[in-house]
Design a protein around this ligand. Structure first.
Ligand code: NOJ
Length: 542
């Protein structure tokens, strides 16, 4: 149990996808100087930690998740002195900065791979995974995970694009190189890492054991001992394949190797089970509640959660779990639901103003390698253009990668040039400037919610208890510690819903996306209502 909440457990994290955040020099691509311009904006929102998606040298086949030099900054984002300036300003504002650590694979343009390819005898050959014959393992980005290389007559393994060869973590020399690089950035002054698909580094390719593989724990332990132990480092591992009990082990406060991990139980609920991400299924609130309930209970005694709905790989939260006909209501309701649970809140850029997914008419407007590969594969196997586009509209990663909507200016104030990916045409209505000038905006609501989280420790240490488990409209729960209980009410219905809240009639109002309600035997919740009520009278006023 987390009786003693550590400082990092109260942090609020904001993810920046640098390509799409803010362009300071008009080349159509976001950059480090652009981020510097917006730091006060993040501080005012209540952010403690900024997570930067990769800014290292990269041919950008997978937008920077294909690194060709871990020690260099990609010039499209700026220079190492820009990065230093960014880090200094982040620290001056009392925030922290974590980088993305992509060490399951590199770019095929990394010198290690260029060497590795040269011959079977090359000292770097074993930095990657080479076999005489391919197996039937497929790549996450479509097609075989093996690519033939004629010069040495072998195949190399790549779980993502063929320009992202997987590193061979069985090789101790490779592991040392990785630790050296991690320590270089920690010595540089950064505050931690988000570890990309780190559940894959324990894999046994020949036995086809990939996620949460047989060597995962020993690898994480070695990584921890060589890089994180004894340092004040914030770590969050991307681990889609871990079960909830395994998540509790890896993030145990006593014996864990990472502060927290991203689990993905909720992001596959809108797909037909076992058919990959593109075969769509209607989201069922009962399943969503079941997942969060298990996760909240499963990591209460041991471990720590990360709370997220969206990121650069997932569609926009309000379009996926909410209702854009009730955009403001449902965006604030989703935030109330998510950020009132136990764990560390993550905000993906634009989520704080309710940015939505996008529907580009033509495939030519899409940039994401996963989307483009999928379209080719599914059109070839007979899907109609309409069906393919419908899936892309629902699930493409470009939904969340469209440029940040700062204002009503051309290209949403993101760039004075031509953006690398088109801006969502709804920026005239949905933009930061509008939200900042409105006292009841989504941004203002996020601000208040984060203030509330920091004010009451029950948000961090309270036990989660799901109410009205069978309701298909409502997601209501309490969080309670020894002294206080909060009631968190969320309606997922576009219609008013009546509910018996008589047991909470004495609870005091704390926050709502609508108004204070009288809690009684037949309280009527307005569409997408969210409200937080507390068991004890409080002097605290927002
Ligand atoms: C997960 C990252 O979030 C995603 O963007 C990337 O394509 C894959 N890992 C491969 O690095």
């Amino acid at each position: 149990m987390t009786h003693f909440i550590k400082q990092w457990q109260n942090y609020i994290v904001y993810q920046i996808y640098p390509l799409s955040f803010m362009d300071s020099n008009g080349d159509g691509v976001g950059d480090i100087q652009g981020i510097i311009l917006k730091l006060d904006y993040l501080k005012n929102l209540g952010i403690d930690v900024i997570w930067l998606s990769p800014i290292y040298m990269s041919p950008m086949d997978d937008n920077g998740y294909d690194i060709s030099d871990y020690y260099q900054i990609n010039p499209m984002f700026g220079t190492i002195s820009d990065f230093k300036q960014l880090l200094e300003k982040v620290h001056r504002l009392g925030m922290k900065l974590i980088m993305d650590l992509v060490v399951n694979h590199t770019s095929d343009e990394h010198t290690w791979f260029l060497e590795s390819k040269k011959s079977k005898e090359n000292p770097y050959r074993d930095y990657y995974i080479w076999r005489d014959q391919p197996s039937e393992i497929t790549s996450v980005f479509s097609g075989s995970a093996w690519e033939y290389d004629s010069s040495t007559n072998q195949y190399y393994f790549h779980l993502f694009s063929k320009k992202q060869p997987d590193l061979n973590w069985d090789n101790p020399l490779l592991r040392l190189e990785i630790y050296r690089m991690i320590n270089f950035w920690l010595d540089f002054g950064i505050d931690g890492f988000r570890l990309d698909v780190i559940d894959l580094i324990g894999k046994d390719v020949d036995r086809k054991l990939l996620g949460d593989g047989p060597h995962l724990d020993e690898r994480l332990k070695e990584l921890y001992q060589n890089c994180f132990e004894g340092r004040d480092v914030f770590t969050v591992g991307e681990m889609p394949t871990l079960s909830i009990p395994r998540a509790a082990e890896v993030t145990s406060l006593q014996t864990g190797t990472l502060n927290m991990i991203f689990q993905f139980g909720h992001v596959s609920l809108d797909e037909v089970p076992g058919r990959g991400k593109w075969e769509l299924k209607q989201l069922d609130l009962l399943e969503l509640k079941e997942y969060f309930n298990k996760m909240q209970i499963g990591l209460y005694e041991e471990g720590w959660n990360s709370l997220f709905l969206a990121n650069h790989d997932q569609p926009r939260a309000v379009s996926r779990y909410g209702n854009i006909a009730f955009r403001k209501e449902s965006a604030t309701m989703l935030a109330t639901m998510l950020y009132s649970m136990q764990g560390t809140p993550y905000v993906y850029q634009g989520e704080e103003i309710g940015m939505t997914g996008v529907k580009f008419e033509s495939l030519d407007e899409y940039r994401d390698i996963e989307t483009l590969n999928m379209a080719k594969e599914y059109l070839e196997k007979g899907w109609s253009k309409e069906k393919t586009m419908e899936s892309i509209y629902a699930k493409s990663r470009d939904n969340s990668r469209t440029p940040m909507q700062w204002s009503n200016q051309p290209n949403s104030g993101f760039t004075t040039g031509r953006p690398w990916l088109n801006v969502n045409p709804n920026y005239h209505e949905i933009n930061v400037e509008n939200d900042l000038s409105d006292t009841f905006s989504i941004y203002r609501y996020f601000q208040k919610l984060f203030q509330l989280r920091k004010k009451y420790s029950v948000f961090a240490d309270g036990k989660f208890h799901l109410l009205f488990e069978d309701s298909r409209d409502l997601f209501i729960f309490t969080r309670s510690n020894d002294s206080i209980e909060i009631l968190v009410i969320n309606s997922f219905s576009p219609e008013p819903v009546s509910v018996n809240l008589d047991a909470y009639s004495k609870y005091q109002f704390l926050l709502s996306n609508n108004k204070e309600l009288n809690l009684n035997a037949s309280t009527v919740l307005p569409p997408y209502y969210a409200g937080i009520y507390i068991s004890k009278e409080t002097q605290y006023q927002l």
